[in-house]
Design a protein around this ligand. Structure first.
Ligand code: NAD
Ligand code: WQD
Length: 336
């Protein structure tokens, strides 16, 4: 059985679907701080399969222990964590406590139950702001905000655990920019409040929840002056987790993979493609750069392709079409 922490969240829910479709038994642990149980009902609807859900916080050691005592867990996919960069700057202790402290509790319980195989959600943010794109896994890391530092610390903690006990097998997955939704339109990204990220912002402008997209800067040294990122379809990303799981079934130690497409798209590429697929324009205006943003980065995805057999196949049009289907069918997300 696979324990999915943060399984009610955006990437977690899509990964649950792929795990269930591939025949895995799963159980989900989530405190629902940034998600709702309805996402898991939708996962059950899409797959026609049932599984246990524990509303447990990773800061609650006894709660995690109960999940392990009641289930025969062999693998953990660890998504649970807070992820808003700006909020992490304002509330660093909350981020270190939740992300690092929560992970330490999880790892202590895993050790107790002799479960030593884990896939961890890291981020391209660990490459910092000095590395040239494309980012390759061997580059030095240096996070530039508290959120990124939690990811880097957890990577280090996992590497230290392996150094102390070679029985562990650990995959650190560095995601680029996940977007899109399941093709059923039943699950997708449902941020609380005003979205921080580009794609949910565009999609909420498209359905009239927000008036106008602010494009943060049009004077970057990029092809059209707007920021360039490596957007990866969330279903491709989810499939990457199954490949990583296959990998750590063998004795591999600690492995690190970028999960991206290798293709950079600008903010204007995103807006224009979204408008084209939607069939009407997206209202936008240019505003100042957002502090902390980089001009351009994207993955070198070749290691994951070589060693995991993972290659993202969904196009930018697919990402837009699936986001539109999700957002049009769920204008206010899971809350109806
Ligand atoms: P999400 O917020 O949708 O999902 C995270 C889930 O973890 C939520 O359901 C939340 O309720 C849960 N959670 C948070 N703290 C918890 C705690 N203490 N105990 C139990 N549950 C807790 O985010 P997501 O986009 O699905 O991201 C999943 C993971 O991937 C996160 O670790 C995130 O940092 C990482 N990541 C995300 C992105 C991205 O752009 N979405 C990029 C790189 C890495
Ligand atoms: C993408 C582009 C913005 C919103 C963040 C985290 C990163 C990772 C993924 C977790 C940039 C521009 C955005 C808007 C805009 N998360 N933009 N108007 O910043 O690349 O990455 O999410 O690990 O750590 O930093 O993603 O979607 O916020 O921005 O113009 O309203 O869109 O400037 O060029 P980002 P994003």
């Amino acid at each position: 059985m696979v324990l999915v922490t943060g399984g009610a969240g955006y990437i977690g829910s899509h990964t649950c679907v792929e795990l269930l479709n591939a025949g895995y038994d799963i159980c989900v642990l989530d405190n629902l701080s940034n998600s709702c149980e309805e996402a898991l009902n939708r996962v059950k609807k899409i797959t026609g399969k049932d599984f246990k859900f524990y509303k447990v916080d990773l800061l609650d050691y006894e709660g995690i222990d109960k999940v392990f005592s009641e289930n025969k867990i062999e693998f953990v996919i660890h998504f649970a964590g807070l992820k808003a960069v700006g909020e992490s700057v304002a509330k660093p202790l909350m981020y270190f406590e939740n992300n690092v402290g929560g992970t330490i509790n999880l790892l202590k319980v895993m050790t107790k139950y002799n479960v030593k195989k884990i896939v961890f959600s890291s981020s391209a943010t660990v490459y910092g702001d000095k590395s040239p794109a494309p980012y390759v896994e061997t580059l030095p890391c240096a996070a530039i905000n508290p959120y990124g530092r939690t990811k880097l610390m957890i990577e280090k903690i996992l590497q230290d655990i392996y150094a102390s006990d070679n029985d562990w097998d650990i995959a650190l997955l560095r995601y680029f920019n996940p977007v899109g939704a399941h093709s059923s339109g039943l699950i997708g990204e449902d941020p609380n409040g005003i979205p921080n990220n580009l794609m949910p912002y565009i999609s909420q402008v498209a359905v009239g929840r927000l008036e106008c997209l602010n494009i943060f800067g049009n004077d970057y040294d990029t092809k059209d002056g707007t920021g360039v990122r490596d957007y990866i379809h969330v279903v491709d990303l989810a499939i990457g987790h199954l490949k990583a799981l296959d990998k750590i079934k063998n004795k591999v130690g600690v492995v690190i993979y970028n999960l991206g497409t290798g293709q950079g798209y600008s903010v204007l590429d995103m807006v224009n493609t979204y408008s084209k697929v939607l069939g009407r324009p997206i209202n936008y205006k240019f505003v100042d750069r957002r502090p902390g943003d980089l001009a351009e980065y994207y993955a070198d995805p070749s290691k994951a392709e070589r060693e995991l057999g993972f290659k993202a196949t969904r196009t930018l049009e697919d990402m837009c079409r699936d986001t539109i289907r999700w957002q049009e069918g769920n204008k206010n997300g899971y809350r109806g």
